[in-house]
Design a protein around this ligand. Structure first.
Ligand code: ASP
Length: 323
C-alpha cells in the first residue's frame, strides 16, 4: 500500500516538475556572481540580467557569493535545485582553471549544464601610477631590477587575473607576488591607492580608470587593439609577442535542469546580447560579443572542454599553492 502511495506521489511530483518547466519562470531568478560587486563579472551580470528579465517577465536578482577564486559561488549553484531559478555566471577562471587548482567537490563539466557563451575581453597590463615606467619594456625592466617581486593583485587563486599573472610569469620569467582579493573591484581600488604594483586585469574592469588617469596601462593581451581604447597597444606591438589571452564568460545551471528551461534561459540571454542598448554597454567596456554560431548551449559545452584541455596542463605545471 505504502509503495503505491509513494509511486503516486512521485508521479504527481514528476508531472508538476514538467508543468513548472512549461511556466518557467514563475518567480524571480537568482544569478550568482562569484566575485565582488562592482567588478567585471558583476558588471556583465547586471547588464545581462537587466535585459533578460524583460524577456523572461521575472526579476533577476544578483547574489555575490565570493571567495576561493569564485569556486564557492559556483558550488552554491551546483547544489541548488535543478529548476533554472539559480544560475551561475563565471568565466575561464571559475569554470575551467579552478578545476585544476581546487578540490572542488563538484565537477565543472558533469555537474553543470551550459546555457550560453557571454562576451569576452583581453586582459590589460596595468600598474599603479607610482611605477616609474611609461612603456611595457620600461615596466619589465623596472620589475627585473626590483630587489623583491612586484606585487600583483588577483581575484584569488584560479581567477582570470591570476591565470593571466601565471601566463605573464611564464612568458617574461619575472616572478610575481600575488595579493588575492575577493574580486578585481577591491584589487583595483588598492592599485589606485598605490598599495599593489600591478594587475593583469580584465580590460572591462580597468578601462575607466585608465581613461581617468588614475592607473597606467601598458598593453592588451590580444593580437588586435580594443575598439573602445584604440590608443593602448597590443602585447605584440608593445614587446611581449604571443602573450594573448581572452577571458570569456558564460552562464550555467545545475545538471538535470529540464532542457526547455535551459533553452528559455539561452533565448533570453541571446536576446540580451542582440539588444542594441546592451551591446553598446558591453562594447563601451571593451567586451566582444560572441558570433551567433557560438551562442548555443552545446557550443559553450564544447568550448569549455576545449579550454580545459588547453589550460589545465599549464596551470598544473605552475603548481599553484592555495593558502
Ligand atoms: N572576474 C573577476 C571579478 O569579477 C576577476 C578575475 O577573474 O580576475 O572580480
Amino acid at each position: 500500500m505504502r509503495r503505491v502511495v509513494v509511486a503516486a506521489l512521485l508521479a504527481v511530483l514528476t508531472w508538476s516538475g514538467h508543468a513548472l518547466a512549461g511556466d518557467f519562470p514563475s518567480h524571480p531568478i537568482t544569478l550568482v556572481v562569484p566575485f565582488s560587486a562592482g567588478g567585471p563579472t558583476d558588471a556583465m551580470a547586471r547588464i545581462l540580467g537587466e535585459r533578460m528579465q524583460k524577456t523572461l517577465g521575472q526579476p533577476i536578482t544578483i547574489e555575490n557569493v565570493t571567495g576561493a577564486g569564485g569556486s564557492l559561488g559556483v558550488g552554491r549553484v551546483v547544489r541548488a535545485p535543478p529548476d533554472g531559478y539559480t544560475v551561475s555566471i563565471g568565466h575561464l577562471g571559475t569554470h575551467v582553471a579552478n578545476g585544476a587548482i581546487y578540490k572542488l567537490g563538484y565537477d565543472l563539466v558533469t555537474d553543470l549544464e551550459p546555457v550560453v557563451l557571454l562576451p569576452s575581453n583581453p586582459m590589460i597590463i596595468v600598474s599603479k601610477n607610482g611605477v616609474p615606467a611609461k612603456t611595457l619594456p620600461e615596466l619589465l625592466a623596472w620589475m627585473r631590477a626590483k630587489p623583491t617581486p612586484p606585487t600583483a593583485g588577483t581575484a584569488g587563486a584560479g581567477s582570470g587575473s591570476h591565470i593571466a599573472g601565471l601566463y605573464f610569469e611564464n612568458i617574461t620569467g619575472i616572478k610575481l607576488q600575488y595579493v588575492p582579493y575577493r574580486g578585481t573591484a577591491p584589487a583595483l581600488n588598492d592599485l589606485i591607492a598605490g598599495q599593489i604594483d600591478i594587475i593583469v586585469d580584465q580590460t572591462s574592469n580597468s578601462i575607466a580608470q585608465v581613461r581617468a588617469g588614475t592607473i597606467r596601462a601598458y598593453a592588451v593581451t590580444d593580437d588586435k587593439r580594443v575598439e573602445s581604447a584604440p590608443d593602448i597597444p597590443t602585447t605584440d606591438e608593445a614587446g611581449l609577442p604571443g602573450f594573448h589571452m581572452t577571458l570569456w564568460s558564460g552562464l550555467w545551471v545545475p545538471k538535470n535542469t529540464p532542457k526547455d528551461v535551459v533553452i528559455r534561459l539561452n533565448q533570453a540571454a541571446v536576446e540580451a546580447l542582440n539588444d542594441p542598448a546592451a551591446r553598446k554597454k558591453f562594447q563601451d567596456l571593451g567586451l566582444e560579443i560572441p558570433k551567433p554560431s557560438e551562442l548555443s548551449p552545446e557550443a559553450l559545452g564544447g568550448w569549455q572542454k576545449a579550454e580545459i584541455a588547453k589550460w589545465w596542463p599549464m596551470i598544473k605545471a605552475a603548481n599553484v599553492k592555495i593558502e
